[in-house]
Design a protein around this ligand. Structure first.
Ligand code: URA
Ligand code: SF4
Length: 209
């Protein structure tokens, strides 16, 4: 008999009727714990100006993860990622290629809003990176789409122009990473939307492999 079946039979014989799915439970618990850590985080100065931290949202079992830059005004108010103008465009374009927004996970490099939406500082990115790293470890997505240059740099180590990096496949600890234009860039350059949609289709295809 298969050793695993034999072991389960042994448990049944001694009266065990139910075994809880251990790693699913711990995954959710670990995620909740991490979220609480972010809520209390003061590792960089940005905690002072936040209305709400923006941990991220979506499915903990996501095959696709999107990583943006930092919360803006609307995200800071609502405590949710990508809910302002750029976010609405992102969500609309996901729908266009048939990616269900509820099946993915959306996070940012920084969990707190930089004042006046200024660019993230290197020390802020370093302070916050541990949270993103753990989110990725827990979710274990098949593919990560980095939105814009900050998340692209964090996960691919590439500092080049996004125009030359986008759509290429990189590796982060065995997970495929595809850089995409940031949706805020698309608002300013609508001509790039078609390229973004092609890149999204690539992300979707890889997630289904
Ligand atoms: N831009 C980002 O990079 N992230 C958000 O959550 C919203 C806008
Ligand atoms: Fe902490 Fe990140 Fe917020 Fe800085 S941005 S306070 S490191 S959660």
């Amino acid at each position: 008999m298969n050793p695993l079946v034999e072991l389960l039979k042994f448990y049944k014989d001694i009266g065990v009727e139910y075994m809880k799915p251990l790693n699913i439970k711990t995954k959710v618990e670990e995620f909740e714990k991490l979220k609480k850590e972010v809520e209390n985080c003061k590792k960089c100065e940005l905690y002072k100006g936040r209305t709400n931290p923006v941990f991220g949202e979506g499915s903990i079992n996501a095959e696709i993860m999107f990583v943006g830059e930092a919360p803006g005004r609307d995200e800071d108010i609502q405590g949710r990622p990508f809910v302002g103008r750029a976010g609405r465009l992102l969500r609309e374009l996901l729908g266009e290629v048939g990616i269900d927004v509820k099946s993915v996970y959306i996070a940012n490099c920084l969990k707190c809003r930089p004042p006046m939406n200024r660019d993230p500082l290197p020390e802020e990115l370093i302070s916050c990176f541990g949270y993103l790293k753990k989110q990725i470890e827990i979710i274990e997505p098949k593919v990560i789409a980095t939105l814009g240059r900050y998340s692209t740099y964090e996960l691919t180590n590439q500092k080049g122009a996004l125009g030359t990096l986008r759509g290429r496949v990189f590796d982060y600890r065995g997970i495929k990473v595809i850089p995409l234009y940031h949706p805020a860039y698309l608002l300013r350059n609508p001509k790039a939307i078609d390229i973004f949609l092609d890149d999204l289709k690539k992300v979707k295809a890889i997630s289904e492999q």
